[in-house]
Design a protein around this ligand. Structure first.
Ligand code: NAD
Ligand code: IPM
Ligand code: MN
Length: 368
């Protein structure tokens, strides 16, 4: 088998800080597990704009299309707030998602027992939580046309369009049912069919796919606003939540607080299988570039490290090695190691970004 290839795009703000820890873990797998990756690093986001005047060059885009998987840190930051919309750092990330056609964004939210008291919700509400938010990632209001800021009479109008085709809904619905079959066999689909035509179609298509192809999976529907309430009231009622691009963005940040910190949530964005049978894939933490803590060695690298674990599972068929890494993270949290975002009143040992990386590497060594 050829050496699997990885394109690493650390990006901006805390992106490079958390990705440095992932690099050490990749090296550990090479040295200790014989899992060697052909790694290339490149620019995306604000740093790419600084170097090339664009948040993603065509050359980097082409590389992303060729590799077995892309790992991304985070993009954006206040330095780039006033840039023209077309070259904002976030456009680089959106172009990667769109051109690689990464329509299925898996955002698992698991509450590690050691953090159950740290969530802003009560322990009994979050302890043992293991849900998966499946966010449609390449369509909806993020990409719908028409869009723009136009002039109407003597005022400006901002326009975005929520648009979903039947086939776009059908493919994300199939992903949800397939994922549910490997978990607790339950899907809750969220939209706003009470006020949006795209929501009515979403509900119809999900129901049709369910009846025709997945009648064994339990399906329910919820309006997304009620879903947000239920997610914070009793999240353990859910297994897989399937929803559109914008609702999925909001609900997954909400889910972060069920796990203790936004610094804990990994994600995988998957597309159709490539010639080698692997899905097109990009792995990234759910969090952003955290400008408020960038450059201070305070960032929690776990979301990015767990994103690499997802790569091991979904791109490289190494579920056992993914589990080894997830267990190492769990062990380190159980021992009380905490980056500042996880420091609770009752204490723990505060560590830096690199300190958390050291602890996870030590736990990996112990797993051998
Ligand atoms: P953010 O996720 O960067 O930060 C929100 C809060 O969470 C901040 O207080 C931050 O310090 C904290 N936080 C986030 N990740 C953390 C980590 N790993 N460890 C500890 N604390 C962490 O969201 P924001 O402040 O709304 O956005 C900042 C920039 O990031 C914006 O330009 C935004 O567009 C961009 N962004 C990028 C991505 C991405 O690249 N995928 C995702 C979200 C936001
Ligand atoms: C995310 C981010 C992105 C999104 C931004 C940075 C484009 O918030 O990945 O959750 O809105 O999808
Ligand atoms: Mn987001």
């Amino acid at each position: 088998m050829p050496t699997p290839s990885l394109l690493i795009l650390p990006g901006d703000g805390i992106g490079p800080e958390v990705m440095a820890e992932v690099r050490r873990i990749i090296d550990w797998y090479g040295a200790k597990r014989g899992l060697v990756f052909d790694v290339t690093e490149d620019l995306v986001g604000g740093c790419a704009y600084d170097a090339h005047g664009t948040p993603l060059t065509d050359a980097t885009m082409a590389k992303a299309q060729e590799v077995d998987a892309v790992l991304l840190g985070a993009v954006g930051g206040p330095k780039y707030d006033d840039l023209d919309f077309s070259v904002k750092p976030e456009r680089g990330l959106l172009r990667l998602r769109k051109e690689m056609d990464l329509y299925a964004n898996l955002r698992p939210a698991q509450c590690f027992d050691a953090l159950a008291d740290f969530s802003s919700l009560k322990r009994e509400v979050v302890a043992g939580l293991d849900i998966l938010i499946l966010r449609e990632l390449t369509s909806g209001i993020y990409f719908g046309e028409p869009r723009g800021i136009i002039r109407e009479g003597n005022e400006r109008v901002g326009i975005n369009t929520q648009r979903y085709t039947e086939s776009e809904i059908a493919r994300i619905a199939r992903s949800a049912f397939e994922l549910a079959r490997k978990r607790s066999n339950k899907v809750c689909s969220m939209e706003k069919a009470n006020v949006m035509e795209s929501g009515i179609l979403w509900r119809q298509v999900v129901t049709e796919i369910h009846q025709a192809e997945y009648p064994d999976v339990e399906l329910s529907h919820m309006y997304a606003d009620a879903g947000a309430m239920q997610l914070s009231r009793w999240p353990k009622q859910f297994d897989v939540i399937v929803t559109d691009n914008l609702f999925g963005d909001l609900l997954s940040d909400l889910a972060a607080m069920l796990t203790g910190s936004l610094g804990m949530l990994p994600s995988a964005s998957l597309g159709a299988p490539m010639a080698n049978g692997r899905p097109k894939a990009l792995y990234e933490p759910v969090h952003g570039s955290a400008p408020d803590i960038a450059g201070q060695e305070k960032a929690n690298p776990i979301a990015c490290i767990l994103s690499f674990a997802m790569a091991l599972r979904y791109s490289f068929d190494k579920g056992d090695e993914a589990e080894r890494l997830e267990k190492a993270v769990e062990a380190v949290l159980a021992k009380g190691y905490r980056t500042p975002d996880l420091m609770a009143a009752e204490g723990g040992t505060q560590v830096t970004t690199k300190g958390m990386g050291d602890a996870i590497l030590a736990a990996l060594d112990e797993s051998l």
